[in-house]
Write a protein that binds this ligand. Structure first.
Ligand code: F6R
Ligand code: ZN
Length: 188
């Protein structure tokens, strides 16, 4: 049986207490997601295999609702800002909410029909992710980007399609500004 409890979420560090699981993704785990593979390999060779993001969960299989945080380090691979893999939910009727607590970023969304939308991620903004929109977070700022997400426990992650074909748009640094550009490698 589950009992109510207060879960502390530190908006500055992203720590969740108590949490049920966590994982992190390094640059080498994101091969195939950044659009410039040469820039990725030379960054790993020169600077080491840095952490790009960490996800901390509060999740009980007996409940329909799960939440947690994603902590994204600042950085770029070539001109492209650090990103998450991006996914659709396996259960297509499941939406999600992302509440940004610190840092600055962009949520890049793509519908099944191929429409692209972006929403600015900044402290105090809760982004509504409608069902069946692929979503990828991008840290466009100089600090860590930290957000709390809430979704159905069994929503599931479908990574395959985005990994195979990429997203139609990418977010790059152009003269110090974040700009949405066409993905030259898009294979849809
Ligand atoms: C859950 C969700 C987030 C992401 C996390 C990492 O549905 O959207 O918890 O899973 O931000 O991103 P991905 O999973 O795309 O690597
Ligand atoms: Zn999601």
């Amino acid at each position: 049986m589950l009992f109510p409890e207060g879960v502390a979420i530190d908006g500055k560090t992203g720590e969740v207490t108590p949490s049920t699981s966590r994982y992190s993704k390094k640059l080498s785990d994101l091969r195939g997601f950044f659009h410039d593979p040469k820039a990725l390999e030379s960054k790993i060779a020169q600077e080491g295999d840095a952490t790009v993001y960490e996800v901390i969960d509060y999740r009980h299989e007996e409940s329909d609702l799960a939440f947690g945080t994603t902590i994204m380090w600042p950085g770029k691979v070539g001109e492209e800002y650090y990103l998450t893999r991006g996914h659709f939910h396996v259960r297509r009727e499941c939406g999600e909410a992302y509440y940004t607590q610190s840092g600055a970023g962009l949520l890049l969304l793509e519908s099944r029909e191929g429409e692209t939308r972006t929403v600015d991620m900044k402290p105090g903004v809760c982004t509504f992710i409608p069902p069946d929109w692929a979503h990828r977070s991008i840290n466009t700022g100089p600090e860590k980007l930290i957000f709390t997400w809430f979704c159905a426990t069994d929503a599931g992650h479908e990574y395959g399609e985005i990994q195979k074909r990429g997203m139609r748009k990418l977010v790059i640094d152009q003269d110090g500004k974040s700009v949405l550009a066409d993905n030259p490698n898009y294979a849809g």
